[in-house]
Design a protein around this ligand. Structure first.
Ligand code: SAM
Length: 236
């Protein structure tokens, strides 16, 4: 078979500036927001005509951050505690023969700003600067499958307890007034999913940091839940 070359049609601007903290699938963190900027020659309003009537989109993208690491025939998915191996095609792993990802995300709006054509998205699981190769509307009549079974990956719990110090609450309020970004909900929803790798789930000692936008969010285990104790400027 001949090989095929794809040209990115757009690029993602995301709250996620590093891999740690990104939800494992879209829709798990509703407050995770980003923009898909269409790139020339695809940044034409007519190419989006009719799309605004759809609440959700399929985004097809390149796992650009991990593609240099190549693929593996078997994977230890986090949903199996990182211990048991399954075939790569039974997973949504980033380490695939062709590093293609696909995510259903909510389309919040389509805007033009500073000469750029942007799709405002939420519920994303995409790293900042992710190249996008296609956009398709999500079709409920075809894409919702009532009797689908989830194999070894049933619906995640997402119920970890999350608390904030008073100082962090104040920082979030101030940040939201300045930027209109709902940082508090974003952090709360990410931590509720417990973003730690499986091998650290038993650890109660460590504190953790994750980068969201231009911020370093620090949290630790306390009283069986997560306590967010500091948010400060910091790039990955
Ligand atoms: N929903 C997509 C899918 O099913 O193809 C992605 C699933 S994959 C398990 C989700 C993880 O991909 C995220 O937690 C993040 O760590 C990683 N990721 C997101 N964007 C990436 C990128 N551009 N390059 C490499 N890894 C990325």
């Amino acid at each position: 078979m001949p090989s095929v070359t794809f040209t990115p049609i757009g690029i993602i601007h995301s709250c996620f500036r590093q891999k740690f903290g990104i939800p494992r699938q879209p829709g798990l963190v509703r407050a995770a927001r980003g923009e898909l900027e269409l790139l020339p020659p695809y940044n034409r309003r007519e190419a989006l005509a009719g799309l605004e009537g759809f609440s959700h989109l399929w985004i097809h993208f390149i796992f650009h951050r991990t593609m240099a690491e190549g693929w593996r025939p078997t994977i230890r998915p986090p949903r199996l505690g990182g211990k048991k191996r399954v075939g790569v095609f039974a997973t949504r792993s980033t380490h695939r023969p062709n590093p293609l990802g696909m995510s259903v995300v909510r389309l919040e709006s389509i805007v033009e700003r500073e000469g750029k054509l942007l799709l405002e998205l939420s519920g994303i699981d995409l790293l900042d600067q992710t190249p996008v190769v296609d956009i398709k509307p999500y079709l409920p009549y075809a894409d919702i499958i009532d009797d689908a079974s989830g194999g070894f990956a049933p619906e995640p719990d997402g119920g970890a307890a999350v608390r904030f110090t008073v100082e962090v609450e104040q920082f979030c309020d101030h940040y939201q007034r300045q930027t209109r970004r709902d940082l508090r909900s974003l952090v709360e929803q990410i931590l509720a999913q417990d973003p730690r790798p499986a091998y650290l789930h038993q650890s109660s000692e460590r504190s953790y940091g994750m980068h969201l936008w231009e911020l370093n969010v620090r949290w630790r285990i306390e009283d069986g839940g997560f306590l967010v104790y500091l948010i400060e400027p910091g790039e990955p």
